[in-house]
Design a binder for this molecule. Structure first.
Ligand code: SF4
Length: 274
């Protein structure tokens, strides 16, 4: 008889039983709880998951184009609520025009906004770039700082942006970049229960050692864009399916005879006359 928490992850029977109340409270009718797992078991599973993702996405890398820490900072600020493709369309012209942090600080009102308009939320992004440019010019001699403490003190720079810059521009692999894809996948994979990105990062840092976190985040982002998409994850073709508890993912209806379209059939034994 199968024991709870002992069934293989990813099988149809791995879904933990849920009470009537929790079922009715579940808008997505997905799995709400994690399988029982020791911390060491979870670390081992995480190693296997990231090994499979590494084989699936050997080219996983930062999708934003940049040639300096300042350019990456600017591109990352612009990427909020915008696709990396769109950002990469905007930045060549922007980087040619604004070469230093002071250039952003001195940008004429309205001009910078026009340059970045296509990335959306351009007023607040322009404000962040002006203020960050001014702080980098005044307090760091025009160079983007290379420590988490200094980066997160820059206007408009949070831990996510700081981790992107540290990991990709300075090759300092300290924390985990937690964007919308990474947060969603970490929860589906049962690596965290948290919604707050800082807490998600703490949980992921406990599973992935320093030195591998930047790449692991890129692998999750690639996977979140290609297979574990937000609305309907493609679990049937997912390379980590056997290792994934699919927390919160709607269960597919059991296979059965296809339903007929149209009005319900008349009760058996009583045939309607035409
Ligand atoms: S696609 Fe499905 S099996 Fe794969 S990681 Fe996402 S939820 Fe898990």
């Amino acid at each position: 008889m199968p024991r709870p928490g002992k069934e293989p992850l990813g099988s149809a029977r791995a879904a933990p039983s849920r009470s009537k109340a929790s079922r009715s409270n579940s808008p997505a009718r997905g799995r709400k709880t994690l399988p029982r797992e020791t911390p060491e078991g979870k670390r081992r599973r995480a190693r296997l998951v990231f090994a499979r993702l590494a084989r699936t996405y050997p080219d996983a890398r930062c999708a934003l184009n940049f040639s300096s820490p300042l350019e990456l900072l600017v591109a990352t600020v612009l990427s909020a609520q915008c696709t990396d493709v769109r950002v990469n369309q905007v930045t060549p012209g922007l980087f040619a025009r604004y070469r230093t942090a002071a250039d952003y600080a001195r940008a004429t009102p309205g001009e910078l906004e026009r340059e970045i308009r296509a990335t959306g939320f351009f007023n607040s992004k322009a404000k962040s770039l002006r203020r960050a440019g001014a702080a980098i010019a005044a307090e760091h001699g025009g160079r983007v700082p290379d420590s988490m403490d200094e980066l997160v003190r820059l206007p408009g720079v949070g831990r996510k942006t700081a981790n992107v810059i540290l990991g990709n521009a300075f090759a300092k692999d300290e924390g985990f970049v937690v964007d919308t894809h990474v947060g969603r996948l970490a929860r589906r994979l049962g690596f965290t229960r948290e919604e707050d990105p800082v807490r998600v990062e703490d949980d992921l840092n406990a599973l992935v050692p320093k030195g591998r976190r930047t790449l692991a985040a890129h692998q999750l982002i690639f996977h979140g864009r290609q297979i574990c998409v937000a609305r309907r994850p493609r679990c049937e073709i997912c390379p980590v399916n056997p290792l994934c508890p699919k927390v919160g993912v709607p269960l597919l209806p059991p296979a059965g005879p296809a339903r007929r379209a149209g009005p319900p059939a008349a009760p058996s034994g009583r045939r309607r006359r035409a």
